[in-house]
Design a binder for this molecule. Sequence first.
Ligand code: HEC
Ligand code: HEC
Ligand code: HEC
Length: 442
Amino acid sequence: MKYGLFTRAAFFGVAALLAGSVSELRAEDMSALIAQGKYVAEASDCSACHTVRGRGEFAGGMEFKLPIGSLYSSNITPDPTHGIGAYSEAEFSRAVREGVRRDGASLYPAMPFPSYARMSDGDLHALYVYFMKGVQPVALAVPPNSIPWPLSIRLPMTIWRAVFSPSVVAAQKDVNRPLRDDEIERGAYLVEGPGHCGACHSPRGMALQEKALSNSNGSLFLSGGAAIDGFVPTSLRQDQRTGLAGWSEDDIVQFLATGRNRRGEAFGGMTDAIFHGTQHLTDADLHAMARYLLSLQPHQPTLSAWHYDPSAANALQAGDASAQGAKVYVDHCEACHRSDGRGYAPAFPPLAGNPVLMSADPASLVHVVQSGAVLPGMTKAPSAFAMPAYSGILSSQQIADVVTFIRKAWGNNAAPVTAAMVEELRKSAPESAIKKGIIPLN
Ligand code: HEC
Ligand code: HEC
Ligand code: HEC
């Protein structure tokens, strides 16, 4: 199973090679391949970066702000002029797994080809057939990149690729390493490969390379990443407090399927990853991913387990709001998140014992309180939930106070936040995914 999302796709891949070309496939084989390729595209989250509202599915044009200027994702519809209609299967495979464009130029690693290098030949074949035959062509150019010359020369990206991106051969060898059982191998394939979870959840080095691309590179893999659009991806390893220690297999499956569970609610880039990606996966695949994540050793094994401490709840319930930030919490937050910090899951997430509250970097919390957050409805959980934005209501000092309160209360015991930190973070307030048009609000 670990060799691909679909063994059938691999079979058809061979059939297509023997037949000479994709166009010679029988109609029913073709529609099966297209359906399989669509599933691979969902497991790989292609539309999170290549679909912008108002331009058509996969027509590209999403802006990526780099320190050197703006980059736009490509139109990957089969339009021959503006899209990838002229790509052969080999050229498509090189672009997706190796980061090389049809004209030979290197792609920026905003496109997660270092993870996609792990994708199987069978999955790549189904994906190609889907993009060529199952996606509508859109004749729309993407805005030109605003990266000034000489930085626009892609030569450094070629060097970057050579140094930091694995060859397909090396990546496949790692994919085939034996793990405890078939299901965990399948989960590893999905998380480390198409799911590219490490692109956000692993720390990056000086050249913005992921410090580990799979669990065989050690425990930095999925140990938590730097803020993306202001939101901090937490550890997905068995780290106490800041990671998934204490989450059950079902907690993880429910989070990936619906963006909500009894422990928290998705926001920031994770909402995109669920909305475009994981909510479409089968239960069997989500369980495989969850079991694989649960098998990862902690990166910081010395962190102590979180235990609920009732003293903050007792004080609030006795009318004592003297702790720093407690008054703001009572006036603005308690109605939804409750004095005991346990919320009303899944509508209002708990703040007690929630890993995003105990992360060393409080940026996510400050942004969520300042800018609010909306969790859209998902296929399996159609209701949408919203957290109000407080930037116009609370001063920086009040935001610092209330964030300090929720980081400390209920046994969370995380470090305080100052007004100066809030001021600094105000400058980089994220644009919500909904405003950007990544997620339609229905
Ligand atoms: C995290 C964002 C992201 C994801 C996910 C992503 N891409 Fe991309 N992709 C980009 C960006 C950005 C570019 C443009 C990079 C550049 O110009 O250097 C790009 C470029 C490409 C190109 C090059 C086309 C050309 O000629 O310019 C192809 C092909 C492509 N992506 C296919 C895919 C497929 C297929 C998937 C899913 C399996 C996918 N991408 C997922 C961001 C992404
Ligand atoms: C675009 C960046 C991005 C990608 C890709 C991404 N994540 Fe996340 N993820 C985040 C952020 C940011 C958070 C913290 C906010 C939250 O809890 O929703 C998060 C949180 C989570 C959480 C909840 C952890 C907690 O402590 O609340 C889980 C579980 C998770 N991600 C799993 C995954 C898996 C599995 C994948 C790959 C299929 C993945 N993520 C891909 C950005 C991302
Ligand atoms: C009207 C109900 C409501 C009120 C009032 C409210 N919240 Fe929320 N809060 C939510 C909802 C719903 C989410 C989940 C949003 C999402 O995930 O997109 C949330 C998410 C959060 C999160 C992220 C946790 C997670 O797992 O998603 C934090 C931190 C938070 N709220 C803190 C606060 C603070 C501090 C206040 C008061 C200043 C407050 N909230 C007021 C409803 C509320």
